[in-house]
Design a protein around this ligand. Structure first.
Ligand SMILES: [Zn+2]
Ligand SMILES: [Zn+2]
Length: 459
């Protein structure tokens, strides 16, 4: 393994011929929040441990974690709603950090490891790691642009140790390039607070990416005809560009993905913490429809901004008064409680919605959403876990309404989301916790006490 930055002990191996880099490994231990027995967060299912720094294998990179977001999925893992995949796992899958080592390649001659955008990674580079840690790359899902459905996928912080730790091993091809938070060039944001920038970027890696896929499957970020999301899922199409021809869409997509996020350094990026990623032109559009969001946590607070920017009126259903205020602040047209008709009590009056996304893991809300969605509309369920969906009258789904789940995400979702979020630019609201307070952070997420997203600030 070739290490940079915080390397601790030389291995005694010779440096590459003529190369200035000394071969070292990161030895020693790190602090991590590891799961003991899954159970109610009030009992503290995570414990602080000193664990050996993990070692990257072929095709893998070692990342010094600076910030890691706390997602509802981490809560489901900690509480045992999701069956454990690995005993004593370290949760966390919204990682922002720096590459400090590359895993060795069998035989010695290590090729350049490429990020999700297909371009080589450098030591010291800032990257993000999401929920999708690796897929098989061979199954019919992987080969048809639907790697989110791969049966052999591994997930960060569930199958492999995640980011509630000082170091994380990631698959190079599944990491996303970011700008250094210390970059004080003309990119805006608060260069004096790089830790804050890293923390503000973390929620994009899952709340943002999954939220974006929800918007895609609900038809909000896909302007193709037909069942929203279906074509996009199969072809991987749909970039947030305003003008394009359908014939050129796929070619353009491939160019843009492989063209690297870095290459767009000239695109205007507004001031704000999201200047760790590059944007691309996103043209505001006329009112395109009305979208409902059920639950207003980390994902919804990002989705409302993207949907509103794309010309959708957004109706937010959430219990908390504070969450309703934040929703309106971030661009929602209306905010109320589930069970209310969208628009109730407002000057514009009650209305029906063209689509809805349910983020809260409550099955009843799927039915509530169907009640307020128009004929032909889609209700997308964004959670990895939910309480059972109660039975409902056929009339609620008749009229070609669609009820569908959203499962993981693809690399294209992540690349598009990062670019879109930077271009708008999306504003993340984060509440920071130190690493050892991960149980408290999970509890705050469970009790909906977080304004926006909870993030562990690790470095
Ligand atoms: Zn696969
Ligand atoms: Zn997540």
């Amino acid at each position: 393994m070739r290490a940079g930055g915080a390397s601790r002990a030389p291995t005694g191996r010779a440096p590459d011929e003529g190369g200035p880099v000394t071969e070292t490994v990161l030895e020693g231990t790190m602090r991590a929040m590891r799961m003991t027995t899954p159970g109610p967060v009030g009992r503290g299912p995570l414990e602080l441990v000193e664990a050996p720094i993990p070692q990257p294998g072929p095709g893998e990179v070692l990342i010094r974690v600076h910030a890691c977001g706390v997602c509802h999925t981490d809560l489901h893992i900690a509480e045992g709603d999701l069956a454990p995949h690995r005993e004593g796992v370290v949760p966390g899958h919204e990682i922002v950090g720096q590459i400090v080592a590359f895993g060795d390649w069998p035989g010695g001659d290590r090729p350049q490891y490429e990020a999700a955008d297909g371009r080589p990674l450098e030591l010291g580079e800032w990257v993000g790691v999401p929920w999708l840690w690796r897929t098989c790359g061979r199954c019919h899902f992987c080969l048809s642009g639907r790697e989110n459905l791969c049966d052999d996928a591994l997930f960060t912080g569930w199958d492999v140790d995640g980011g509630f730790a000082e170091y994380h091993v990631a698959t190079a091809a599944f990491v996303y390039r970011l700008h250094p938070p210390t970059d004080d060039s003309s990119r805006g944001g608060d260069a004096a607070d790089p830790a804050g920038r890293a923390a503000a970027t973390a929620p994009l890696l899952c709340a943002g990416v999954i939220g974006y896929r929800c918007l895609r499957l609900a038809g909000v970020v896909d302007d193709r005809p037909g069942l929203p999301g279906e074509d996009a899922a199969a072809s991987g199409a749909s970039l947030p560009t305003a003008q394009r021809t359908r014939a050129g869409m796929r070619r353009a997509r491939l160019r843009q993905v492989s063209g690297a996020i870095h290459d767009l350094g000239g695109s205007p990026v507004g001031a704000g913490p999201l200047d760790m990623v590059d944007g691309m032109a996103v043209t505001e559009q006329e009112t395109r429809g009305r979208l409902g969001l059920f639950g207003f946590g980390a994902a919804a607070h990002l989705c409302v901004q993207i949907a509103a920017h794309r010309g959708w009126e957004v109706y937010v259903f959430t219990r908390g008064e504070e969450h309703r205020r934040l929703a309106l602040e971030l661009g929602a047209t209306w905010a109320g409680a589930s069970g209310q008709r969208p628009g109730a009590g407002s000057d514009r009056g009650e209305t029906v919605l063209g689509a809805a996304v349910v983020f809260a893991p409550v099955g009843d809300l799927a039915v509530e959403a169907l009640k307020v969605v128009d004929k032909g509309g889609v209700v997308a369920l964004g959670g990895i876990h939910s309480t059972p969906i109660p039975s409902f009258d056929y009339q609620l789904i008749y009229g070609e309404r669609v009820l569908r789940s959203v499962t993981n995400s693809t690399r294209l979702d992540a690349i598009e989301l990062l670019r879109t979020a930077a271009a708008i630019p999306v504003r993340t609201e984060v509440e920071r916790f130190p690493l050892e307070k991960a149980n408290d952070a999970l509890r705050a997420v469970k009790e909906s006490r977080v304004r926006g997203a909870a993030v562990l600030q690790i470095a």
